[in-house]
Design a protein around this ligand. Structure first.
Ligand code: HEM
Length: 199
């Protein structure tokens, strides 16, 4: 089986080769990854970064963008997780598939994000910020990326202040989700690596 919600289903039919499992999995996550690339192209200023830096940010940040985009797959109240096909599994079922600490960290993240009740516009700028805040190791033009990050932070802050002027902690709470995403990213990368090694 391949127990990632970006898979259509956690398990396919019997007797399938590792290659088949991966092939089917990539059919299911590739459209989502393409959407991230398309989204990036629409961030004002992203295409002014060097080609190499655009690629570096996308490589480092695509998972984090997808995590924000698909946080709603985690149903915090029902304690269940929906896979891309729509099939939904309860927490005990997921644990029986071998999911554990990462799963519960993702539930926590999704709950915190949902509690902020972001509007579509807020979510859009936040998602752009997530991508531009990705791991910067090996940037060609780090200061250009930093400038874009600052522009996005300012835009997000003024939008949030405008939308919820009486909730002064909302902006800070949102920014604190960035390090959460970084942690989820590295925990998830380990799963991905060990899956490849076991396969
Ligand atoms: C686990 C790949 C994106 C949530 C895994 C595993 C792989 C994988 C190979 C290990 C499966 C196993 O051991 O059976 C990928 C790829 C992604 C991606 C290639 C991007 C294209 C995501 C996203 C989320 C997510 C965006 C959340 C919305 C999970 C969860 C697990 C998992 C919850 C199981 C965690 C656990 O064992 O506790 N992923 N994943 N993945 N992934 Fe993903």
């Amino acid at each position: 089986h391949l127990a990632c919600p970006m898979n259509a289903l956690p398990r396919g039919g019997p007797l399938r080769s590792v290659q088949d499992v991966w092939e089917e999995f990539s059919l299911s996550f590739t459209p989502a990854v393409r959407e991230v690339v398309e989204f990036a192209r629409h961030i004002p200023g992203f295409q002014n970064l060097t080609q190499q830096d655009q690629v570096t940010l996308l490589k480092a940040g695509t998972f984090e963008v997808l995590m924000v985009r698909f946080a709603t797959l985690f149903d915090v109240h029902e304690r269940s997780l929906r896979f891309l096909s729509g099939a939904t599994y309860s927490l005990p079922e997921l644990q029986a598939m071998g999911m554990g600490e990462l799963l519960s960290s993702m539930f926590d993240f999704s709950e915190k994000l949902a509690s902020l009740n972001l509007s579509q516009e807020e979510l859009g700028i936040f998602t752009a910020l997530v991508l531009v805040s990705a791991d910067r190791s090996g940037m060609e033009n780090a200061s250009l990326v930093e400038q874009l990050q600052e522009t996005l932070i300012r835009a997000l802050r003024s939008l949030i202040l405008k939308n919820t002027p009486n909730d002064t902690s909302r902006f800070t709470k949102l920014l604190l989700r960035l390090p959460d995403l970084r942690t989820l990213n590295s925990m998830h990368s380990e799963k991905l690596l060990s899956f490849r090694v076991d396969a």
